[in-house]
Design a protein around this ligand. Structure first.
Ligand code: ZN
Length: 240
């Protein structure tokens, strides 16, 4: 094969490698952002349950305080009741005590209700805390893996770019310019195999004369339809 075409094939191979590396390097931060977002939403859900649990506890404490106040009032009223001067006064104390006792019962019922509500919340929080710990560790190791991968890719990319420079320096500048133009236009395949008489890039059959000239191989040939650099390499045909 013509030296210039061989160089173009090498350049195409390294360009594909560079494109893949660049794609991977760009995808890694997106991947990290996605897993961090998921972690963030799990943290938020846990925070909501924690807040509800704290509010529940606060309400229970308040009820317990109310009970204490009513109990103190009851014992005070019972003391006063002993000094009641008549039946009417006695009954008035009794009514007040009975009202306080009702309030205590109501508060006790409310506490039981709150405790029942707290149970699933508490379970949720504990489960979420454990799950979050695992997830956090996974995210951290995934991030480390991605960072390592990214650093490795950057190194490969630098190496690939150096190799590319080497190839470009050997390539005829006019052909390189043409190569870049075709690359931009075709978004990938710049050098098309035409060993079987058809351009691999656009599938068109070459004119017999063009194909003949390509076989002779004394200059770089281009597809008349798509403009790609044509390659004649019987070894490829045998491999197929
Ligand atoms: Zn073509």
């Amino acid at each position: 094969m013509l030296q210039e075409v061989t160089l173009a094939v090498e350049l195409q191979a390294i360009d594909r490698k560079i494109a893949n590396l660049e794609k991977e390097i760009a995808a890694l931060p997106v991947h990290i952002a996605a897993i961090e977002k998921k972690l963030g939403s799990h943290k938020l859900r846990l925070e909501i349950d924690r807040t509800a649990l704290a509010a529940n506890l606060r309400d229970r404490k308040k009820m317990e305080g109310d009970i204490q106040v009513h109990d103190q009032k009851i014992s005070k009223l019972k003391g006063q009741m002993l000094d009641a001067k008549n039946n009417e006064q006695y009954r008035a104390f009794q009514n007040e005590i009975s009202w306080c006792e009702t309030e205590v019962r109501k508060a006790e019922d409310k506490i039981i209700e709150l405790m029942e509500q707290a149970e699933p919340l508490d379970k949720n929080v504990k489960t979420a805390e454990a799950a979050l710990k695992v997830e956090q560790a996974e995210v951290e190791s995934e991030k480390r893996r991605a960072q390592d991968r990214s650093a490795e890719d950057q190194k490969f990319l630098a190496d690939a770019n150096a190799i590319r420079q080497g190839i470009v320096s050997k390539l005829d500048p006019k052909l390189y310019l043409k190569y870049q133009q075709i690359k931009k236009k075709t978004k990938g395949t710049v050098v098309a195999d035409a060993t079987d008489g058809r351009c691999e890039g656009c599938q068109i059959s070459l004119r017999p004369q063009l194909f003949q000239d390509l076989k002779v191989g004394d200059r770089v040939m281009f597809c008349e339809l798509c403009g790609r650099i044509l390659m004649y390499n019987p070894a490829v045909l045998i491999e197929r």
